[in-house]
Ligand binder design. Structure first.
Ligand code: MG
Ligand code: MG
Length: 259
């Protein structure tokens, strides 16, 4: 399988990217104290199906829901449940779509009501680290340039990069090669070429990098029980500047965007 996508394939990935971005915004509008994570999951599933697509995570390796919803010290792959969000929580929501034979995949960490300054800083720093990584997604660079940029940015704040989970290529499969770690060394790893489509997704811990898997076989939680944040976008490697296929604009600037 080629890492390089045709412009026709990229167009289908863009349709998925827009849908997954809109789904996250729809879910985000309902993030509030008193809402259960299962309710958010149901909203996402309905929204995706109403757009003629399928939730890509539902049934993926047996995952039981449409969203991964990871609260506070859960890094990723939290299973929607009867847990009721409370003021001060941070909630990482990861969403996947399948539409016209291609996939979309994006994630965002939302504040539930008013959060602590420390939580706000973790979220902002993780979000910015994603864009530091995206800035390196250029033809001729290497995968390690992306990871090194993310790592350098967050470690200056005393945060740590989760090693167990990484970003990935995406196409007619949800997870394709190459792996895109959020750590690394500049100039190392697979070389990037125009038309590669990557999901870059830093998972950043406020404390140590250690994580463990809960007994459910999905939930990945920080070993020190401190918070973790997760942001993900899908991008096309280009020569001058990576092209975004998904966007946070529907979440952050809903009145400003017209797609
Ligand atoms: Mg994802
Ligand atoms: Mg992903």
């Amino acid at each position: 399988m080629s890492y390089i996508k045709t412009e026709e394939e990229i167009a289908l990935l863009r349709e998925n990217g827009i849908l997954v971005s809109k789904t996250l915004a729809e879910v985000g509008r309902h993030v509030a104290p008193g809402v259960t994570t299962k309710e958010l999951d149901a909203l996402a599933e309905t929204f995706i199906r109403d757009h003629g697509a399928e939730p890509a995570f539902l049934g993926y390796n047996g995952f039981p829901h449409s969203l991964c919803i990871s609260v506070n010290s859960v890094v990723v792959h939290g299973i929607p449940s009867d847990y009721t969000l409370k003021e001060g929580d941070i909630v990482s929501i990861d969403c996947g779509t399948k539409y016209k034979g291609f996939f979309g995949d994006s994630a965002y960490t939302f504040a539930v009501g008013q959060v602590s300054e420390a939580a706000e800083r973790l979220m902002q720093t993780t979000r910015q680290s994603l864009f530091e990584g995206i800035g390196k997604a250029l033809a001729g660079n290497r995968v390690g340039d992306i990871g090194a940029a993310v790592q350098r940015y967050v470690e200056e704040y005393g945060y740590s990069v989760v090693r167990e989970m990484v970003g990935h290529g995406i196409g007619s499969r949800l997870h394709e090669k190459p792996d895109v770690p959020n750590y690394g060394r500049p100039g190392q790893g697979k070389q990037l070429a125009e038309g590669m489509v990557l999901c870059i997704e830093p998972m950043i811990n406020e404390g140590g990098r250690g994580v463990y898997m809960e007994r459910d076989g999905w939930t990945l939680r920080t070993a020190d029980n401190r918070n973790s944040a997760h942001y993900e976008l899908t991008v096309v490697v280009r020569k001058e500047k990576a092209e975004l296929l998904s966007t946070f604009a529907f979440i952050e600037r809903p009145n400003d965007i017209d797609i």
